[in-house]
Write a protein that binds this ligand. Structure first.
Ligand SMILES: [Zn+2]
Length: 285
């Protein structure tokens, strides 16, 4: 069970002190490279601290939207505090709707409504960026206060470009699909299960906050014997990773980027006149 106020507290804390790492910088550049040249108006849904919004070319009119006040404080463009599943804009309001590193955080109801909303307000393009086929169990953390386990970045779903294309297929088609160069580090699923269940060894992230009780994640002390066993498991995992590389197996890219384009151009219809263009997003559970 998660508490929305605690989730907001987590995002506020993240955006209050967030830094842009090298992989984040690469992600931002890839998003900007995929913006079509004919785009004039942009909505950045779930903009966070505006790390992408603030980098858009000056000739584009961009509006940023997020529910974190701390995040919006860093945004240097027109901004609106709102949830992603209730966009306060008319149909077809923006040439491009960007939703980057957001969908993986959304609960089932919010997720379906958000997909419908971005589809409704996007006139021509939707640009989606998300972790690529993430194995959620590998990033689980355990709260030392209430023993709840949760994804350390509060991700609740794993997505792929194929799923995105299928979900929007009735009105949008993929124009470009790209992947990050950065690859997921190999982690054997059986070793992960052993770490979790035999040694209660989970991931640690200094900003992580338990969505159940609100406690900040604490580092756990591990006994000497458990530490030895964990070192053996880590060595075993490294051995498997090396063997996989040796036989040419590649680990998946960390991020995907999909640029969707509306199948029928609606530019001539203009905002608020899109009744025939709005279909339902397919099964979005
Ligand atoms: Zn807790």
């Amino acid at each position: 069970m998660t508490n929305p106020n605690r989730e907001l507290a987590y995002y506020d804390a993240v955006w209050a002190s967030a830094e842009v790492s090298a992989s984040e910088e690469s992600r931002i550049r890839q998003i900007l490279r995929m913006v079509p040249a004919d785009v004039e108006t942009v909505l950045d849904v779930g903009c966070g601290d505006g790390r992408v919004t603030n980098r858009f070319p000056g000739h584009m009119d961009i509006v940023a939207l997020d529910f974190s006040r701390e995040g919006l404080a860093h945004v240097k463009a027109p901004k609106i505090m709102s949830h992603t599943h209730a966009l306060p804009f008319a149909d077809n309001s923006f040439d491009l709707v960007l939703i980057a590193d957001v969908l993986e955080h959304l609960k089932p109801d919010e997720f379906c409504e958000t997909l419908q909303e971005i589809k409704r307000v996007a006139r021509t393009y939707i640009l989606i960026n998300s972790p690529n086929r993430e194995k959620l169990s590998e990033a689980r953390a355990e709260c030392q206060t209430c023993r709840n386990t949760f994804h350390m970045n509060l991700h609740v779903r794993s997505l792929s470009p194929a799923w995105i294309q299928k979900a929007f297929a009735d009105t949008f088609a993929a124009r470009t699909v790209r992947f990050s160069e950065e690859r997921w580090p190999y982690q054997n699923i059986i070793i992960t299960i052993l770490k979790h269940h035999l040694f209660r060894e989970y991931r640690y992230f200094h900003m992580a906050m338990c969505p159940h009780c609100g406690s900040k994640l604490q580092k756990r002390n591990v006994g000497r014997l458990a530490l030895r066993c964990l070192n053996v498991l880590a060595l075993l995992n490294s051995g498997i990773a090396i063997a996989r590389k040796f036989i040419g197996m590649k680990d998946g890219s960390v991020e995907f980027f999909v640029l969707l384009q509306r199948r029928q151009l609606t530019r001539s219809l203009g905002p608020g006149n899109s009744a025939t263009m709005q279909g339902k997003v397919g099964d979005c559970s």
